[in-house]
Ligand binder design. Sequence first.
Ligand SMILES: Cc1ncc(COP(=O)(O)O)c(C=O)c1O
Length: 492
Amino acid sequence: MSLPIPLERGRTQSLQEQIYRFIRDQILHGKYPAGTQLPSTRELADGLRVSRNTAVLAYQWLVSEGYIETRPGAGTFTRSVVSDTIETIERDEGLSARADKPAVVLKCTSPLADYGSGIRSQFDFWYGRADPRQFPTKTWSRLMWETLSYARSSLSEYGPQPGNLALREAIAEYLATARGFSASPDHILITAGAQEGLNIVTRLLVEAGTTIAVENPGYGAVATLFETAGATLLPVPVDGDGLIPDNLASHRPKLIYTTPSHQFPTGVVMSLERRQALLAMAEAINAYVIEDDYDGEIIYDRPPLAALAALDRSQRVIYVGSFSKSIGAGIRLGFLVLPPELIDWAVSLKSLASYGQAWTEQAVLAEFIRRGSFRTHLRRIRTLYRARRDALTDTLRDWLGPEGGISGSESGVHLMVRLPDHMPPAARISAIARQVDVALYTPEGAGTWEPGRRAADDRRLVFGYAALTPQEIETAIRRIRVRVDREAQEAG
Ligand SMILES: Cc1ncc(COP(=O)(O)O)c(C=O)c1O
């Protein structure tokens, strides 16, 4: 007796696996009911022209998974098993699309909806990228193994809902020395990046009709988030000192959203006077201030200004932190520092949304900060990114001349450029850049919220430079420059 197994030699799947799969599928589909006798391994091997060893190994595999059993002196028989797979049912897509179903009540778009799906350009100036080549892989993997070795029940049970205590303590210590304010670990909530922090704040405090002051131009994803909750957005102008709070008194927003360390997208650092004026205004109109400090630890030319939260005397600043720019966006770790009256509500919301953050990454990050590796890493990337910033500003000045303007280059991982009037608008430059395999972004393309602005005549570009080396930056700009010059010559 043999079995009709259609073996294909030379496939990546071994012969033994093909035999195992065939018999397993027959059993699962009821073709070999429980108690069916199978050929002996010798008969099977002869029938299929495979080695005896191959047949023995395939049977041992089936025995170990409980599909068959050998009865001494009697032979090999199939067992009764419960299928662990289900039949795929062909769906009629046309019918499904036409069917009457409940409506989606929240329709929104994310700036990252198709991020990573397309082919990236050779040189990509996307504004928020940290350099993948600088990820501290060695230390991270060492810490990963170490933390796993003492994980015990941490991976099999839910963790503390505000986040690992060790991480909250490490963050509190870091904030005290690097951002100038003391926060109790009890007021810190670990999140999946700044974006989740912003989402939690939105859900806690925003309802239909809530007025929120948002920097104009500002961060598009947060504006969208606020709008999904029904907020009325109040655009607030930004100048060289940051958000101008003067007109807030008449609108009395409940929340003021700002990026004081490095305004998105202009890159302006909010001056100390403006910080004080903003906090005074928030006190006067009884508003919360959301301080989005998404890249505040990356500074080049001067000591960091303490966070807005450091000047806050009435505990009305909600501080949003992130490790996306300093370590990498893929680790999805950030945090909120909340006023006492909000923390429990925020923890409950986070808990309801996800039952907490993955333990391993938190434990690794806690050790990374605690052992001083974060500081070392920051020092290293600041030096490296400063050289990139210098390469970009030098190359741009050389190209654009004195009429070109650059803002926001003192810190962070992006800057904004104003093109001189004699050059084509930013959208055209960006299109030309694509032709030479360079991705450049207009503020709109970089996810900027700017109500009423006409994109067609925009003369600004947002450059993220941290992920490109000085040589790559120079090559990319040279390519665009040559192409733009050639186009100008052909036109004139
Ligand atoms: C201004 C601003 N806030 C928040 C975020 C979200 O960052 P995260 O990756 O920490 O969610 C970004 C991302 O680039 C950003 O630019």
